[in-house]
Write a protein that binds this ligand. Structure first.
Ligand SMILES: Cc1ncc(COP(=O)(O)O)c(C=O)c1O
Length: 413
C-alpha cells in the first residue's frame, strides 16, 4: 500500500482538484476525454489512480527524459538528503560550483559560466536580463509561435496568444517568423540586445530551420553586436540524439538555456549558461539576480547524477537507434494514412506529426490516450502532435507507441 498514491478514488481526487486547484483545467481534461490523475510512475510508464497504464510520450517536454524516477538520480538525492538541503543562495556552494564546471565542459564552444534557476522561464529571464545589461540595448527578437515560459520577460518573448491577456507587456519585444533569415536581417539592428530562439521550436510544432539559418544568424548577430540566446529547455540534454540540438549547425550561442530534464524529474532546476564576455556584467553586479531555490544543492546532486547517465558511452547512440526505429515506423504510418499524417518532422526523439488542421490536435491527443499513450498537441500549432518518448525507451516500447499511433490514426481516419 502506497503512503502517497491512491488514498482516495480517482473521481474524488478529480473533484477535489476542480474545487481547490483548477475547475477550468478539469473541464478541459474531461472534454479531451483524458481526465486521469497520475499515480504510480516508473520508467516509461505512468499509471492513473485506477491502475490504467500509459507510456509517457509527453515526458513533460523532456522532464522525464530518463523515465520516471530514474534509479540513479533517486538514489543520489536520497543519499544527499542525509547531508544536504537546498543551501543558502547568497553563499557559495560546493555543489553549484561542481555542476557549473561540468556544464562548462559539456556546453558548446567557450560557454563557461552558469547562473542557476528553479525553472525554465526564470532561466530565460536571466538570459534576457544579461543580454540587455551587457549590451545596454532594449530590443529582444524572438520567433512567432515561440514559447519560452509564462513569466516576466519569457512571456514577453513568447507568442501573442499567451501574452495578449496580460498587457501591458514590457516594451522592446518583437516577433519574426522562425527560419526566415531575411526577416531577421530586417529586424536586427544596433538597438538589438538579443535574438532568442528555441533551437527547434517545440510548441511551435517541431520546426526545423533551413541548413544555413543558424550559421547566417550567428554571423548577423556578430556583425550587429546582438547576443544569440538559444533556448534548449526541450531540445537539450540528448533529446535530439546530440547533447545539444544546435550541434547540428555547429554554431555557438552566447547564452544557452536548459531546464526540464536537467535534474531527472525529481527536483526543479534550470540553468543559464553563457560565454565569458557576458560575465563582465555579473562581475560588476554580482548580486543583481537572486533566486532562493535556483541551483539548490539537492538539485545540483540530482543534475550531476542525470548528467552522469546521459554522458555514458552509448547513451546518445541509443537515442539515435530508437529515433531510427521511430523514423521507419512513422514513414510506414504516413504511407498507411497519407490523408491524416501530412508531415513528419523529427530530430532524434523530438518528433512532430502534422495532421490536416488544428482541429485534429485535441482529437488525436484523446484517441492516443485511449490507446495507452500520453502525448499532446503543440499549443502554438495545434495541427501538430508532439511525440517525446523517454530517451531510455527500448525497442519493444517504440513498437508499442507505433502500434498505438496506428490505432489512433485508424480511429480518426
Ligand atoms: C522551450 C521552453 N522554454 C522555456 C520553458 C519554460 O520552462 P518552465 O515551465 O520550467 O518555466 C518551456 C516550458 O515548457 C519550454 O518548453
Amino acid at each position: 500500500m502506497s503512503r502517497f498514491i491512491g488514498r482516495k478514488p480517482q473521481a474524488e481526487v478529480i473533484e477535489e482538484f476542480a474545487t481547490y486547484v483548477s475547475s477550468g483545467r478539469v473541464a478541459v481534461y474531461k472534454a479531451l476525454d483524458a481526465a486521469i490523475v497520475p499515480g504510480r510512475r516508473e520508467g516509461i510508464y505512468l499509471y492513473d489512480l485506477e491502475g490504467n497504464r500509459y507510456i509517457n510520450c509527453r515526458t513533460s517536454g523532456g522532464v522525464f527524459n530518463l523515465g520516471h524516477r530514474p534509479p540513479r538520480v533517486v538514489a543520489a538525492v536520497k543519499a544527499a538528503l542525509d547531508e544536504l538541503d537546498v543551501g543558502d543562495h547568497l553563499l557559495m556552494s560546493e555543489q553549484r560550483a561542481a555542476l557549473a564546471h561540468r556544464l562548462a565542459d559539456l556546453t558548446p564552444g567557450d560557454i563557461q559560466y552558469t547562473t542557476f534557476a528553479s525553472g525554465g522561464a526564470e532561466a530565460i529571464d536571466i538570459a534576457i536580463k544579461l543580454a540587455r545589461a551587457y549590451t545596454g540595448r532594449p530590443k529582444i527578437i524572438s520567433a512567432r509561435r515561440g514559447y519560452h515560459g509564462h513569466t516576466g520577460f519569457a512571456l514577453a518573448a513568447g507568442s501573442d496568444f499567451f501574452k495578449n491577456k496580460f498587457g501591458p507587456i514590457p516594451p522592446g519585444f518583437y516577433n519574426v517568423p522562425f527560419g526566415d533569415i531575411a526577416a531577421m536581417e530586417e529586424m536586427v539592428d544596433d538597438q538589438t540586445a538579443a535574438v532568442i530562439l528555441e533551437t527547434i521550436p517545440a510548441v511551435g510544432g517541431v520546426l526545423i530551420p533551413p541548413d544555413d539559418y543558424y550559421p547566417r544568424l550567428r554571423q548577423l548577430c556578430d556583425e550587429r553586436g546582438a547576443q544569440l540566446i538559444l533556448d534548449e529547455v526541450q531540445t537539450g540534454l540528448g533529446r535530439t540524439g546530440r547533447m545539444w540540438a544546435i550541434e547540428e549547425w555547429e554554431v555557438v550561442p552566447d547564452i544557452l538555456v536548459m531546464g526540464k530534464g536537467l535534474s531527472g524529474g525529481v527536483y526543479p532546476m534550470a540553468a543559464t549558461c553563457y560565454r565569458p564576455h557576458l560575465n563582465d556584467f555579473f562581475e560588476r553586479e554580482p548580486f543583481s539576480h537572486l533566486s532562493t531555490f535556483g541551483g539548490a544543492d539537492l538539485g545540483c546532486v540530482a543534475a550531476m547524477a542525470m548528467l552522469d547517465q546521459i554522458t555514458e558511452p552509448g547513451f546518445l547512440e541509443h537515442v539515435q537507434a530508437m529515433a531510427a526505429q521511430f523514423a521507419d515506423g512513422l514513414t510506414r504510418l504516413q504511407r498507411r494514412y497519407p490523408d491524416l499524417v501530412r508531415d513528419i518532422r523529427q530530430r532524434g526523439l523530438f518528433i512532430g506529426l502534422e495532421l490536416p488542421d488544428d482541429s485534429y490536435g485535441m482529437r488525436f491527443t484523446a484517441a492516443l490516450a485511449r490507446q495507452g499513450v500520453i502525448a499532446n498537441f503543440a499549443n502554438n500549432f495545434p495541427a501538430t502532435m508532439l511525440i517525446l518518448p523517454p530517451l531510455i525507451i527500448q525497442p519493444e516500447g517504440v513498437e508499442m507507441v507505433l502500434a498505438a499511433l496506428d490505432r489512433a490514426c485508424a480511429t480518426l481516419a
